[in-house]
Design a protein around this ligand. Structure first.
Ligand code: KG4
Ligand code: ZN
Length: 337
């Protein structure tokens, strides 16, 4: 079946056509990054307006790129939570209008579920069950994917998400938005041992994360140097910071893998594009006989192909929405719409 999928949860308007959850017929992204860069972060009101301007034309283009018309589409899917509420509402309302005027079923998709599903596109052999580390700008979750639509959260961040921590540290270092990828680049020339940064303690759960203490430590290093009139070697600070984040992510994830006896581990979300995270997780999984999957770079960040992939499995599970569908800024990954 062909699904027309729509994504507008943050600062990318995206539309894709995906066949049977695994084959991408077309996938287009209208990024707003250049505009938000002027403000150092996403401005929600601007994001909603740009989505509203782009969405209709992008749908037409995605159908044309797949060499299809609406008649070839079997269902319309849309990211309905979590994300920026105004941004989500643009996609949800457009998808509702399109689906019900064309007489097609409407499938709501959870954003984090779709990040995980990006891996189904890239790895045709990948099937649940597996353990997944979802690391994005807004979330850091360790999820047991029991089936395509059944999830159990083993751990999550108590404060900042990993991507948010990358972005805040990058901003403090004077790097442009979105900072993660620029910090990743800067760290390539740095010494990981140059700065001793804390591994924040998390009481009460072996699988929860905490990143706000690490962010504060980076800010303190920069402020102390400024007060003393000293220069900070930014590549060294970036490398030490990135090494610490990756070590925290790998250590806790592999502890969880050992505890639940996971033999397959999957990375998902924007931060899974990080070079060191990919390398370090590959080495640690190989040493433990764990099979590791992560998405290709073009499927790590927000896109609609991953929405179409997850929507196929939601559709098979009988999940549909009617005209009462609403968007939600927050929603646990385990919940149904
Ligand atoms: O999944 P995503 O595209 O959007 C959300 O759902 O939040 O994730 C975006 C996050 C941003 O914080 C961005 O800085 C981070 O992913 N990111 C990276 C890299 N590429 C993107 N973080 C570290 N290293 C990267 N190479
Ligand atoms: Zn995302």
């Amino acid at each position: 079946m062909n699904i027309l999928a729509i994504e507008s949860s943050c600062d990318e308007t995206a539309v894709a056509v995906v066949f049977d959850g695994r084959a991408v017929r077309s996938s287009l992204i209208a990024s707003q990054v250049e505009e938000h860069k002027l403000y150092g972060g996403v401005v929600p009101e601007i994001a909603s307006r740009r989505h509203a301007e782009a969405i209709s034309g992008l749908c037409r283009e995605a159908l044309a790129a797949a060499d299809m018309t609406l008649n070839d589409i079997d269902a319309v899917a849309v990211t309905a939570a979590p994300g920026l509420i105004g941004a989500l509402l643009v996609g949800v309302n457009f998808a509702k209008g399109l689906a019900f005027s064309a007489g097609k079923p409407l499938v709501p998709v959870h954003h984090l579920r779709s990040h995980i599903a990006a891996n189904y596109i890239a790895h045709p052999d990948l099937k649940p069950p597996f353990l997944c580390l979802v690391v994005s700008g807004g979330h850091t979750h360790l999820v047991q994917v029991e089936d395509y639509t059944k999830f159990t959260v083993l751990g999550k961040t108590r404060d900042d998400a990993a991507g948010e921590c990358f972005d805040k540290a990058a901003r403090a270092m004077g790097l442009p938005y979105p900072g993660g990828v620029h910090l990743n680049e800067l760290a390539k020339d740095g010494d990981i041992h140059a700065f001793r940064l804390p591994h924040p303690k998390v009481e009460g759960s072996a699988f929860d994360f905490s990143f706000s203490g690490l962010k504060t430590a980076v800010l303190n290093q920069l402020n102390n140097a400024k007060q003393k009139g000293e220069d900070v070697c930014l590549p060294d600070l970036a490398a030490s910071f990135q090494h610490t984040v990756v070590d925290i992510l790998c250590t806790r994830t592999l502890r969880a893998a050992e505890t639940v006896g996971a033999k397959t581990l999957v990375l998902a979300g924007g931060v899974s594009a990080n070079t060191l995270l990919r390398e370090e997780m590959t080495a640690r999984c190989a040493a433990r006989g764990i099979t590791l999957y992560f998405p290709p770079l073009n499927l790590c960040g927000d896109n609609a192909a991953m929405v179409g992939a997850q929507a196929y499995y939601e559709y098979i599970a009988g999940h549909r929405a009617d005209t009462a569908l609403n968007a939600a800024a927050t929603m646990p990954i385990e919940n149904e719409f």
